[in-house]
Design a protein around this ligand. Structure first.
Ligand code: HEM
Length: 127
């Protein structure tokens, strides 16, 4: 597939779907999602989550206003998240970005996601 040289809602959707396909196969990050949402991205728990995350990234990258929520809150209810879990989340997210976006756009998402991951870790008291 050709790398996207512009960010739009359609390629954010592709990016989010590809990310969670990786997540579900991952032994470190996958179990947290499977515990909350199950292992089938078509199910009634995953569908609203996918839409939420498309809106979340669209609000960050495009200034879209559909996402209203507190992105951090659910992460306090997921059990034992540690540095390794966040690092692996970022590995999976970066790999996904590299297969969807041209490098200069992938870098923008990488920067934002690593800042947010750092904030989440700080809020969770992960050093
Ligand atoms: C250790 C890494 C992470 C794990 C295991 C994880 C897991 C999850 C899970 C299971 C949910 C769904 C919770 C629910 O519906 O009850 C969720 C929600 C969410 N996550 Fe994460 N997450 C991680 C890191 C991140 C990072 C770094 C970001 C952003 C860059 C992020 C953004 C979000 C957002 C926006 C939501 C939806 C919040 C809402 O309900 O409005 N997550 N996460």
């Amino acid at each position: 597939m050709m790398l996207a040289n512009t960010i739009n809602k359609e390629n954010i959707e592709t990016m989010v779907m590809n990310f969670y396909r990786r997540v579900l196969k991952d032994d470190i990050v996958g179990p947290f999602f499977i515990a909350k949402l199950g292992d089938d991205m078509q199910n009634e728990y995953w569908q609203p989550h996918l839409k939420l995350l498309v809106d979340f990234w669209a609000s960050i990258a495009l200034g879209d206003t559909s996402y209203r929520g507190n992105p951090f809150a659910p992460h306090t209810q997921l059990g034992e998240l540690n540095r390794e879990t966040f690092e692996q989340w970022l590995v999976l997210f970066y790999a996904t970005l590299d297969e969807v976006y041209e490098p200069h756009l992938a870098d923008q998402f990488k920067e934002r996601s690593s800042i947010i991951a750092g904030n989440f870790m700080r809020n969770l008291g992960i050093v």
